[in-house]
Ligand binder design. Structure first.
Ligand code: FAD
Length: 358
């Protein structure tokens, strides 16, 4: 093939599109257009001036069953055990079954009782049964850009940052040009377009239903030395408290709270309360709370209830035969996560290549 695949959106989905096209060796050139000044979308690392260290925008978890994400984790980096701490009862357990609702909440970023049954089923299928090879978990080490995004960028023939798609012009029922501010890119007969945008960016361009969103809170404490959690584990899931997960990464203690939709106005107080929980977990009484940073990602993912799931597309096609879609939200019945993003990219690339070369 001699054309170009114009991939709009430089998050995990768009970058995986570039990877799959490169690996298909079909000769298509790939250009990734990203609106912001850095690739990665919801997945990136940066130098935090306040804590004076490198941080991820959010701690991201990869599990052994993630076929497409797994290769980015080295053999020695996996954690084989995960303990669940019941904050109210102050008990620790490594049994998974009683804590499946907690896993649903974390994986689907929606209260388990509200999560669409089809998504729960698919999430469990993607996660269980945990054969020994799959029963492992990795969490990002403030290196998301280095580990995932930079290597994925290497698959794109060209990456154009600060390129926000403003409009798609059409002619004879096909997309004819992509308008980026002052620059217009004509779409040739051999070209194809993949829109790998978040749902909030997609609909103003292409129209369609509007989703509800679900938030995630991340807290990063910078400690003077690495903390030790019970049983020497670097990660612990917490139930019946404020925090959902604790992760130790060097001098950073990271906390994740999923489905964080309630109007939490005082994030600093929340961080202090979480630190108190951590004191109980560790059986210590801290003299002070170390420096911390809190992020409330209010639109982290679409809310994965049945009403929103019903609005998701069930294929990669659009109203234009030469435009396709990828993105975690585009996969009906799938949890919104990086693995689903990769799966959506695979589907978009397959559909686009088939349409280009029927
Ligand atoms: C706080 C948080 C925690 C998470 N934790 C996990 C986890 O532990 N494990 C996991 O697997 N997943 C997790 N996720 C979900 C995961 O981050 C997403 O599923 C994934 O990053 C989605 O990638 P995407 O490429 O589909 O979308 P995005 O990352 O949103 O990428 C879309 C890209 O399109 C760009 N764009 C938007 N509009 C335009 C335009 N008009 N022109 C050009 N470019 C445009 C955006 O700037 C962005 O870079 C988490 C998400 C958040 C927010």
């Amino acid at each position: 093939m001699s054309g170009t695949c114009h991939i709009v959106g430089g998050g995990i989905s768009g970058l995986f599109c570039a990877k799959f096209i490169k690996e298909s060796r079909n000769g298509l050139k790939t250009v990734v257009y990203e609106a912001s000044d850095k690739p990665g979308g919801r997945v990136f690392s940066y130098d935090d001036k306040d804590l004076n260290c490198r941080l991820d925008n959010a701690t991201h978890v990869i599990i052994g069953a993630n076929k497409y994400l797994r290769p980015f984790v080295q053999a020695g980096e996996w954690h084989k055990k995960c303990f669940f701490w019941d904050v109210k009862q102050d008990t620790l357990s490594d049994k998974i079954r009683p804590f499946i609702p907690h896993i649903i909440k974390s994986a689907c970023n929606t209260p388990p009782e509200d999560t669409a049954p089809a998504i729960v089923k698919q999430m469990l299928k993607m996660t269980f049964p945990w054969t020994p090879g799959m029963r492992k978990i990795y969490f990002s080490q403030n290196d998301l850009s280095q580990r995932l995004i930079n290597p994925l960028c290497g698959y794109a023939d060209e990456l154009r940052l600060n390129s926000r798609l403003m409009k798609i012009e059409s002619q004879f029922g096909r997309a004819a040009a992509l308008v980026f501010g002052n620059t217009t890119i004509d779409i040739g007969a051999d070209d194809t377009v993949i829109l790998a945008l978040g749902s909030r960016a997609y609909y103003p361009l292409m129209g369609g239903p509007v989703f509800d969103y679900s938030g995630i809170i991340n807290i990063f404490f910078r400690t003077s030395q690495p903390l030790s959690l019970p049983r020497g584990n670097a990660l612990i899931a917490a139930v019946n408290g404020k925090a959902d997960w604790f992760f130790v990464c060097g001098n950073i203690l990271a906390v994740t709270i999923s489905a964080a939709n309630s109007e939490i106005s005082d994030l600093e107080q929340l961080a202090r309360d979480v630190w108190k929980e951590l004191d109980i977990l560790r059986g210590v009484s801290s003299a002070f709370v170390p420096p911390f940073k809190v992020f409330h990602h209010k639109t982290a993912t679409i809310r994965q209830d049945s009403a929103n799931n019903a609005k998701r597309p069930d294929n990669a096609g659009t109203k234009y035969p030469n435009v396709f879609i990828a993105g975690d939200w585009t996969m009906k019945d799938y949890p919104c996560c990086m693995e689903t993003s990769a799966l959506s990219a695979r589907r978009a690339v397959k559909t686009a290549l088939k349409a280009n070369n029927p």
